[in-house]
Design a protein around this ligand. Structure first.
Ligand code: DOR
Ligand code: ZN
Length: 447
């Protein structure tokens, strides 16, 4: 905990019971000029222009960080846009989102990313950063990193491109490489029966994830490179990652709430709505993923918030149903359910805040001096059932439909500004800011 001299007056203090790096402590958090300047015992708090005192069944949490979302702007605003997507984030207590590059147009050069930055900057309610896809030209690597991308996102269709060259260029500038792990040769392969959504997990088996992790790591695990595997669904694939990590490589991974709470029977129950890549897995695999999560072997949680139109999700043709569903609004209440009802360690909150922020190197998700003044005041007294039609996303459906969850963000503070209070949005569209990793040229210039 850092201190400040008591005679210094700050913009805002928030006082009360707080989740602080795995513990719950009574503290005062002081925020000045958008940044946390001290975290101390309430008796030592500085005076402030505005004081928020948190009482009763409410707890102060860091702003949540979702490192994997799809906001769909520019070209697919019928599915989501920066306003509705970040509205959903705000109601979910998420103060920073990392947006994936599979947009229309595909984000793999600065010209397009600059356009996205402009659009997101005019609509977003929470802070945001972008990944680049495999660059349109390898010569672009350097300027993309300088532009402040969070990293490069590599999809299965990129595996046959010159990954070695990308990695060598990225390593020099310490850029993060994020993989979607599913071996392209092993999906939708040998299956003989009728293809429909209930066999989606057979058409895209776990072995495809395991093989992809093994092959990719065999190919690219160099000493210096930072590699992240996103939306992991297979406990055995996670074991492969852990094996490499034990050898000293800097490899991290995340999973999503659906891989620890829903098994493939939900695909039978919800049909196309539950179609996602990688697919929902067997009961046994879900158990395995839960074990890894409890055991601290998974570094982060992301939602893979992937909105599509309901009409597309209800298509009777399996092949045509797009994979993915929204998740931003319910991730934190689902984590609270895991903690309070199912005995998961409190530390899983850091997997959706400080840990992804550390992986992405952004000053978010941590209640500590120097970090952005992002806080969630979470009311854990309420229990409610998930209803897709209540989502603020354009995608108003979910395979979590009807599941009971615990609590809701009562207030969300971003850079010291109250952005959501008791269900009301308090900031204008365009409040959200572009955030780039520490050390990138943009972050230096915009600091
Ligand atoms: O289910 C998915 N949906 N998986 C992906 O990798 C992409 C995503 C999307 O963009 O819809
Ligand atoms: Zn995704």
């Amino acid at each position: 905990m850092g201190g400040r001299y008591p005679f210094q007056r700050v913009d805002l203090t928030v006082e009360g019971k707080c989740y602080l790096n795995g513990e719950i402590l009574e503290v005062t958090i002081a925020i000045d000029d958008g940044k946390i300047v001290s975290v101390c015992k309430p008796t030592r708090a500085p005076s402030s222009e505005e004081r928020i005192v948190v009482k009763g069944k409410k707890i102060i949490l860091p702003g949540m960080v979702d490192m994997h979302v799809h906001m769909r702007d520019l070209g697919e605003t019928d599915k989501e846009d920066w306003l509705t997507g970040t509205l959903s984030a705000l109601y979910g207590g998420v103060t920073f989102v990392g947006d994936m590059p599979n947009n229309k147009p595909y984000m793999n050069e600065i010209r397009k990313l600059a356009l996205k930055k402009k659009v997101a900057g005019s609509k977003a309610l929470v802070d945001f950063g972008f990944y680049s896809g495999f660059p349109a030209k390898l010569e672009y690597v350097s300027e993309l990193i300088e532009f402040g991308i969070l990293g490069f996102k590599i999809y299965p269709h990129d595996y046959f491109k010159d990954l070695q060259a990308l990695i060598k260029r990225s390593e020099k500038q310490n850029a993060l490489i994020v993989f979607h792990a599913e071996d392209p040769g092993m999906v939708e392969g040998q299956y003989e029966g009728i293809k429909n959504v209930t066999v989606h997990h057979i058409l895209r088996p776990e072995e495809a994830e395991i093989t992809a992790v093994r092959n990719l790591l065999g190919l690219i695990a160099y000493e210096g490179i930072r590699i992240h595997f996103t939306h992991m669904s297979s406990p055995n694939a996670v074991k492969e990652i852990i094996g490499y990590r034990a050898k000293g490589f800097k490899i991290t991974c995340d999973t999503c709430p659906h891989y620890v709470l829903l098994d493939s029977s939900f695909t039978s129950k919800f049909g196309g709505i539950a179609k996602v890549n990688p697919p929902l897995r067997s009961e046994e695999s879900v158990k395995g993923m839960r074990g890894h999560l409890r055991g601290g072997l998974i570094d982060a949680i992301s939602t893979d918030h992937a909105p599509h139109k309901l009409s597309e999700k209800l298509d009777s043709d399996y092949e045509r149903i797009p994979a993915g569903f929204p998740g931003l609004e319910i991730c934190l209440p689902l984590l609270m359910k895991l903690i309070l009802d199912e005995g998961f360690p409190l530390e899983i909150l850091s997997l959706y805040s400080a840990n992804p922020a550390t992986i992405l190197r952004v000053p978010k998700g941590r209640i500590s001096p120097g970090f952005d003044g992002d806080l969630v005041i979470y009311d854990y007294s309420i229990r409610w059932c998930v209803r897709g039609e209540e989502f603020h996303s354009k995608a108003k459906y979910t395979p979590f439909e009807g599941m009971e969850v615990v609590g809701k963000p009562y207030m969300v503070i971003i850079r010291g500004v109250v952005a959501l209070e008791d269900g009301d949005v308090k900031v204008e569209k365009g409040f959200g800011r572009y955030v780039s990793p520490y050390g990138s040229r943009v972050s230096r210039l915009e600091a």
